[in-house]
Design a protein around this ligand. Sequence first.
Ligand SMILES: Nc1ncnc2c1ncn2[C@@H]1O[C@H](COP(=O)(O)OP(=O)(O)OP(=O)(O)O)[C@@H](O)[C@H]1O
Ligand SMILES: NCC(=O)N[C@@H]1O[C@H](COP(=O)([O-])[O-])[C@@H](O)[C@H]1O
Ligand SMILES: [Mg+2]
Length: 393
Amino acid sequence: MYGAPLSKHAKKVMLLGSGELGKEVAIEAQRLGVEMIAVDRYANAPAMQVAHRSHVMDMLDPDQLRSLIQQEQPDLIVPEIEAIHTPTLVELEQEGYRVVPTATATRLTMDREGIRRLAAETLQLPTARYEFANSLEELRQAVQKIGTPCVIKPVMSSSGKGQSICRSLDDVESSWNYAMEGGRAKNARVIVEEFIHFDSEITLLTVRSVSGTTYCEPIGHIQKDGDYIDSWQPHFMTVEQIKEAQHIARTVTDALGGYGIFGVELFVAPDKIYFSEVSPRPHDTGLVTLVTQDLSEFALHVRAILGFPIPGVTLLSPGASHTLKAWEEQKEYQIDGIEDALSVPNTQVRIFGKPETKVGRRMAVALSAGPSIEVARERAKQAASHLKISYNQ
Ligand SMILES: Nc1ncnc2c1ncn2[C@@H]1O[C@H](COP(=O)(O)OP(=O)(O)OP(=O)(O)O)[C@@H](O)[C@H]1O
Ligand SMILES: NCC(=O)N[C@@H]1O[C@H](COP(=O)([O-])[O-])[C@@H](O)[C@H]1O
Ligand SMILES: [Mg+2]
């Protein structure tokens, strides 16, 4: 039970992070008559453009974060990115605020170390072998222990930022420097992971709600330089593989707790399935669910966090997504080719409306349904290829 947005009894939801994923969450929440407050580090972020109001602030600053939350008094705090001062969320939760899915889940997944130690050491889930290093010298030793090729990532980064493949000991120094440039916060710590030669990688969207745990069909995806290029659903897996994937997803999401959607990232190798990482929030590769499921991952997240039932999720059609990225840093840009993209059958586009372009920044996505995965992927790729960014100096 709640009142109209902006009235005394409104249900107030605060998004911490207001990118393309938050924008879809805000739209779904608006559909249920929720009052939306969008927060991010820059003005006119995508979700801010569809929320009731917005705030620009440094979410890694504990004082700013606390004072905004105390000022707004949201019923639910919904982290949309990892770069948030999560110890403050833990304190606020103890003081009675509700953090989605839980403050501890956001703290553990904020850096790779928390979630990796939970999954591999506490829960004993299969992961790539790993080591941590705080300096170039420690990194050399860690690479020698893990062996090459290996993957080196800042402990605090996302969308592949600062991540590289180290193919021999000669690469260690450049990998270290790259990680130092790409990492978030001033944290000189990296993880070195054994390189897994997987057949495919998937996201298993898993929802925890008042109705229990529900799994979506697996989403296959291709990543380049640690960031996603295209995704499709359903991804074919054997019954045994699906059972194993769901077991891993269940174990890790039960340990994190709370209500909401989780993107469980798994590597599917010939002999076994590896846990990679988990987002306690909608996942970028899950944008495809906007055209494949009766309830998208965003609708599922909103339903779950508001405490509403999720009797089931239905896959309506095979589908695919294909991203459009910018390759220049500019304050002014235009997107052309939308007409051609929308001429592709069963296709939609989402233009995120980010105020500026950056090198490698995702600006839009094409979403296509089709009679098969092959057709859907081809349609989404074709539609995305029609979208062109022109940069105006
Ligand atoms: N140990 C590994 N072996 C092989 N490939 C890997 C390994 N670790 C990461 N990758 C590849 O790099 C991609 C990005 O890695 P990861 O998910 O850890 O980074 P991320 O920065 O958290 O990305 P995002 O925030 O988009 O999920 C993976 O999806 C996978 O394709
Ligand atoms: N892999 C995580 C992910 O896709 N997160 C999405 O990207 C936005 C940041 O984009 P930006 O870096 O272009 O501002 C985030 O706000 C979220 O929507
Ligand atoms: Mg990932």
